[in-house]
Ligand binder design. Structure first.
Ligand SMILES: Nc1ncnc2c1ncn2[C@@H]1O[C@H](COP(=O)(O)OP(=O)(O)OP(=O)(O)O)[C@@H](O)[C@H]1O
Length: 646
């Protein structure tokens, strides 16, 4: 906690009820959480400090990605007391006080149930700011989003199967998924043909994208007009990757399947829904999307509210295919919908699939265990076989050990230092020349290629160089934060490219070769928060200092989106990024700098996500303790989606 926040805390302590002030002083809730709670209390004439404390806890929990708070879960409440993304080595001011004891549970619940601030139960009044359902307290807006997701998902799962020509479907499945190793992939395609929701999950290299492309070919094999297909992902980068990968698979299909499938375009979920503002989209329950099939990749990054808007916007008979890896970090905003959908008890009985029938070749049973069959009741098909070539790579075994929570194996694989995996064991708050040497060489090498392609006006080359190496960190601030590392990499690259970059440009922000990160949505320009690009010289000659000769390029290197600098939404320079930001992207080489073992941001999902961003090499710069802390700390996000409605 910084001195600034402490100053704010004192003001809160004066104005807020004693109980909230005490929890604020203990660092459990922040000043802003207390402000929201007391304001809602004033609006609804609620003064009971235990109710206001519960509301402040919900606001606090939302910031950590939870949708609600369970007041009877001591571990969950204790986890709220952990500090947030502050500078781990910064001035923490006075240490936080010990938190007071929690209110007595039964009395706390009675006060909440009787409160004019809180709607009690699913059928409680619709006009109160908070809602209490099944032992969980929500802000009502999030409760409504969760209910929307639950109702629309369940409706899709229990709806009668869509009509299919079974003989034709069987033939298409046999043609497009011929191998014994395809059994789960084929199951996913068959499920998507007959049902309105399919959740296709799996780790890296298990064939999710391949399955999506072949599944589209199966769906398009019919007599009617071609199905209208939308491919979407939460970020522009992820959408570009999806489009590229699907088209690559489609190119290799039989001519008939290739022609029927065409070359589907991918877009961001925001753009698909017609983004107007954070809460308004062109498509909604009263104005559905026209598509027959909607495929969303990287679904782990889709927050609860966006998932609610997506489900509302679909025609009830459209097929929705959600694709992703639930072991990755969840969205920055509240919710972990993909993880919840995968972990729910089955809503519908598994439908009969070709793999259940007697005409199935015996080896089709491989890999279909009880868990896989049960998951199908929720539309979930989990791919488990890694198909990616390059079996000498240690990146996937490393990811698997992280996912399994096996810290000893993680450290063994990292320390072996083979197969594209490296560990630089060091105190990352005090790195010396020797420790950063490899990272520095990679950063300079990628930076040189980026600047020279950008200077040559080679948009494809520059976008390709952008994916060569990326420094990733957990924190935004502090000695192991983005700001410090972005400045460090920038300095190295500037020094190495002096004479290549145009110094006259330094007075403008539009320096050729500058890598960009978009930080807000701009539907008109077609750029969204998280998109990355680079400034390149336009045309043959780029006169020094002439900002008009500079253009920003984004997206697919083969078909870049070009945006004039005066039309750009807010951007930052992106020489380093948080792992959260890197989700949905891949880089040939990744250098991950972990904070000290005490950082609350060190989680299993963070390490897994960072490692699985790397294609050729992942270099982890950390102490062994920090690696162990990350592996041993899976994220908990509270939501009600996993449980049936009370
Ligand atoms: N059934 C299969 N048999 C053989 N090879 C396969 C099969 N399915 C996929 N592959 C190959 O495995 C590799 C990885 O597949 P794909 O890119 O579809 O996986 P993914 O799960 O989407 O990976 P990521 O999430 O890392 O992008 C590709 O080279 C693909 O051609």
């Amino acid at each position: 906690m910084t001195a600034d926040t402490l100053a704010g805390d004192v003001r809160v302590a004066v104005a807020a009820p004693e109980l909230l002030a005490a929890f604020n002083a203990a660092g459990v809730v922040a000043a802003t959480d207390v402000h929201v709670a007391t304001r809602l209390g004033r609006l609804t004439d609620e003064q009971d400090p235990t109710v206001l404390l519960a509301v402040a806890l919900v606001v606090r929990a939302l910031r950590g990605g939870s949708v609600c708070v369970r007041l009877d879960d001591a571990d969950e409440l204790a986890a709220l007391a952990l500090p947030e993304d502050t500078d781990p080595a910064g001035d923490r001011g006075a240490p936080p006080a010990d938190p007071p004891p929690w209110p007595e549970h039964a009395a706390w619940v009675r006060a909440i149930e009787a409160s004019p601030l809180v709607a009690a139960g699913v059928a409680g009044p619709a006009d109160r700011p908070a809602r209490w359902v099944g032992g969980r307290l929500y802000l009502d807006r999030y409760w409504r989003d969760e209910l929307t997701v639950r109702r629309l998902v369940d409706a899709r799962l229990v709806a009668p199967p869509l009509t299919v020509d079974q003989a034709r479907l069987d033939a298409a499945l046999a043609r497009l998924f011929p191998g014994a190793s395809d059994v789960r992939q084929r199951l996913a395609a068959e499920h998507a043909a007959g049902r309105r929701l399919t959740v296709l999950t799996g780790g890296p290299g298990t064939g999710k994208t391949t399955t999506v492309a072949r599944l589209l070919a199966v769906l398009q094999d019919g007599d009617g007009p071609p199905l209208r297909v939308a491919l979407a992902a939460p970020t522009g980068k992820a959408a570009a990757r999806l489009q590229e990968a699907v088209r690559d698979v489609v190119t290799d299909l039989d001519p008939q399947d290739r022609d029927r499938t065409g070359s589907p375009e991918a877009t961001t979920v925001h753009r698909l829904l017609g983004y107007r503002s954070a809460t308004r989209f062109r498509h909604h329950a009263g104005h559905h999307l026209p598509h027959d099939v909607v495929v969303v990749d990287e679904t782990s990054m889709v927050p609860l509210s966006l998932m609610a808007r997506l489900l509302e916007s679909l025609r009830p008979d459209a097929r929705l295919v959600l694709v992703g890896d639930p072991d990755q970090l969840a969205s920055v905003e509240a919710g972990a919908v993909l993880g919840d959908l995968v972990a729910r008890p089955p809503v519908a009985a598994p439908v009969e699939t070709r793999t259940d029938r007697s005409d199935r070749p015996a080896d089709d049973l491989d890999g279909l265990d009880d868990e896989a069959r049960a998951g199908v009741g929720n539309g979930v098909v989990r791919l488990v076989t890694v198909h990616r070539q390059g079996s000498d790579s240690a990146i996937l075994p490393l990811a698997a050990a992280i996912r399994d929570g096996d810290a000893d194996t993680v450290l063994d694989v990292l320390r072996a230092g083979t197969g594209g995996v490296e560990l630089v064991e060091a105190d990352t708050e005090r790195l010396d020349e020797h420790a950063v040497a490899g990272l520095r060489d990679d950063a300079i090498d990628a930076g040189r290629r980026l600047v020279s392609a950008a200077r040559a006006g080679d948009a494809a080359g520059a976008l390709d160089a952008l994916a060569a190496h990326r420094v990733m960190v957990a924190h935004r601030r502090g000695p192991v934060g983005v700001a410090r590392w972005a400045a460090q990499v920038e300095a190295w690259v500037e020094e190495a490219t002096a004479g290549v970059a145009a110094p006259a440009h330094a007075s403008t922000p539009w320096v050729v070769g500058r890598p960009l990160l978009v930080t807000s949505n701009d539907a008109e320009v077609g750029l969204y928060n998280g998109d990355t690009g680079v400034l390149v010289a336009e045309g043959e000659a780029a006169p020094a200092g002439d900002a008009g000769a500079v253009v920003a390029v984004f997206g697919d290197p083969r078909a870049p989106l070009r945006v004039r600098t005066h039309r750009l939404p807010p951007v930052e320079t992106v020489h380093a990024m948080t792992v959260h930001r890197a989700q949905g992207s891949q880089f040939r080489r990744v250098s991950l700098i972990l904070p000290p073992a005490t950082s609350p941001l060190l989680t299993r999902e963070l390490l897994y996500t960072a490692v699985t961003r790397a294609q050729e090499l992942v270099r982890v710069v950390a102490t062994a303790d920090a690696v162990r802390a990350a592996v041993g700390h899976p994220v908990r996000r509270a939501s009600g989606l996993r449980d049936p409605l009370p």
